[in-house]
Ligand binder design. Structure first.
Ligand code: SAM
Length: 267
């Protein structure tokens, strides 16, 4: 085999997965809330690029740009040996998590796991007493967002990626994440839409993210999620810059260890 050929094959595999998981390969129709799926006739390339529609059949709604960015994050994690597993909190049909597992398979990495956290029955109703930012959210009524554990597992299996390196956490984040036996994370992918869901994930998992690890916020431009991100960053004095991925999503990287200011010893 010519030098570099294996890398070309890996790139082709991941390119193909990006196209397949997003439904771009088949021009899978998508719709936005309020649109009637049965009236759609036209595949909107730009929406799929930016993850701005809900695909009828595809396994992820995050779109091509966010999937490519996820690939770049994982490339950096592997290149720089940033320790830890990957987790997605809010997986829907599983596509973005499948992509994470696929990258481990492509590079033959066996000592990292992908954690797949979801209720597998949609979003919780808003609890506006505790989380006023979620008041009025109707997303818990969207049956389209409720995908069972069995269906997500079947989706992993279709790509040959359902194995012991994938761990499913079924239930509301507030119940599953604080007691999940996750030791260390190189990548925390937040995709639960609500203030509550974003905050519950950050409270349970942020301390487990390694220095230089990635926090990817899929719904940053949703006011509910953005409020949670700003509140969490402010109350934890997080000043690492938030960078845009596309018009909806953003990310930051946890401060490297050597950036920490040593605390003066008490006398
Ligand atoms: C927008 S979808 C995620 C999209 C997905 N990442 C993808 O690749 O297409 C949001 C998901 O978050 C889950 N979810 C939201 N809040 C949750 C919570 N508090 N506990 C458990 N699951 C939650 C929903 O069940 C749903 O599957």
């Amino acid at each position: 085999m010519k030098p570099g050929f294996k890398m070309q094959l890996i790139d082709r595999y991941l390119d193909l997965l990006e196209q397949t998981l997003t439904g771009a390969i088949l021009d899978d129709l998508g719709f936005q809330p309020g649109e009637q799926p049965e009236l759609l006739t036209h595949y909107d390339e730009k929406r799929r690029l930016l993850g701005q529609d809900w695909p009828q059949h595809a396994h992820t709604m995050v779109g091509l740009t966010r999937l490519r960015h996820l690939r770049q994050c994982i490339d950096q994690i592997l290149k720089n040996n940033i320790p830890g597993d990957f987790i997605e909190t809010g997986v829907w049909r599983g596509g973005a998590s499948i992509f994470m597992r696929a990258m481990l398979a492509a590079y033959d990495i066996r000592d990292r796991r992908v954690w797949v956290a979801d209720s597998f029955k949609g979003l919780p109703p808003p609890c506006s007493d505790r989380f006023p930012a979620d008041k009025g959210s109707w997303l818990h009524k969207a049956a389209f967002l409720a995908v069972s554990l069995e269906e997500v597992q079947r989706n992993f299996a279709k790509y040959g990626l359902l194995d012991a390196q994938v761990v499913f956490l079924k239930g509301w984040f507030k119940d599953t994440l604080p007691r999940a036996p996750v030791a260390q994370l190189a990548l925390l992918r937040l995709d639960g839409d609500l203030y509550e869901s974003t905050m519950d994930a950050l409270n349970a998992l942020y301390d487990k993210v390694s220095p230089n690890g990635f926090i990817v916020v899929d719904d940053y431009r949703l006011p509910t999620c953005q409020r949670a991100i700003h509140d969490f960053r402010a109350s934890n004095s997080i000043s690492e810059p938030l960078e845009n991925i596309d018009p909806t999503a953003a990310f930051w990287r946890k401060r490297p260890l050597h950036d920490c200011i040593p605390v003066a010893e008490e006398k």
